[in-house]
Design a protein around this ligand. Sequence first.
Ligand SMILES: Cc1ncc(COP(=O)(O)O)c(C=O)c1O
Length: 383
Amino acid sequence: MQRPVYLDYNATTPVAPEVADAIEPYLREHFGNPSSTHLYGRRAREAVEAARAEVAGLIAAEPDEVFFTGCATEANNLAILGVARALRGKKRHLVTSAIEHPAVSQPCRMLREDGWEVTVVPVDGDGLVDPQAVARALRPDTALVSIMHANNEVGTLQPIAEIAALARPRGILLHTDAAQSPGKVPVDIETLGCDLLTLAGHKFYAPKGVGALYVRRGTPIAPVLVGADHERGLRPGTENVPGIVGIGAAARLIAARGSSRDDLPHLCGRLHARLRDGVPGLRLNGHAARRLPNTLNVSFPGVSGRDLLHAVEAQVAASVGSACHAEGDAVSGVLAAMGLNADRARGAVRLSVGLPTTEAEVDEVAAALIAAWRRLMTPEPAR
Ligand SMILES: Cc1ncc(COP(=O)(O)O)c(C=O)c1O
């Protein structure tokens, strides 16, 4: 049976063959605990430290600024709750945006319940945060600003460097959730100017179950999980050595290919052009230019995105929004925050291409979606 074309690379990516090859010896022979001092342990420790250097290299950081976690959710929790714990009693205010992933908005909500004040900065119709709105929200007691680098649903890229230039001179820390960025756009902590940055292995061709948090040297941060002193006391728990080897190999792969596959924008543009030609009234959601080059979020007029994807499920695997809310019927919080009306939000579909995507696949997806949209728009003949 032919499988549907996978256009959901923002939900997760396949493990790259090079990455799987790098991991295999750590599943079979090199099973040691990196904390053990014998040969088995040393092998594992060397692999973890080599991976740390690869991940640091990808984002132009130093290896000792990279901390491995179990996922991006954990890295976001550690950044937000860890900074809040470290600055408790000195600061009591946070700033975030209206379109963050729940892995950021929920820890912020938890802190609010604990007495912190949280300012949620709105976005415009393209999903962009205005740096001046962030600046206006800053206070002497602001501990942290957490604004995502690239939005997972519409791909809009936020002006992180501009926000850093406004926050950091005032002694305010900046965290950015860059889970969606590697392999699509450059991620360089010096250019971005942030203090903390989140990565997710499974969004750039490493396996699930491994993430990383970049923490600039000198950043006040306390652990959120407590236990032994793994990851220099910031994240206890025996390291996921195969996963860490995987994220290291994926970082090497992405760094070697350049910031992105050059034709991701071409593939995405081709898909958009085909859909625009076949679907009058199709609307692009997200910024037309400041966007991840692999992400196309479009609203089909007159239908529900969910029904449309259901109609093409044998040919296309995509989603209506982020994979985490794909089951629910509620309108995407991101599209609502962008001010899209209910019909346009209901008709939205997120198509995201990846390194293995071909032109033929993109054409096949466009043809299937156009045909299904026409069928759904054709009224049933009266019986
Ligand atoms: C922007 C963003 N942040 C965080 C996450 C959470 O990643 P994970 O589920 O791997 O923890 C995701 C996953 O979709 C994401 O897109």
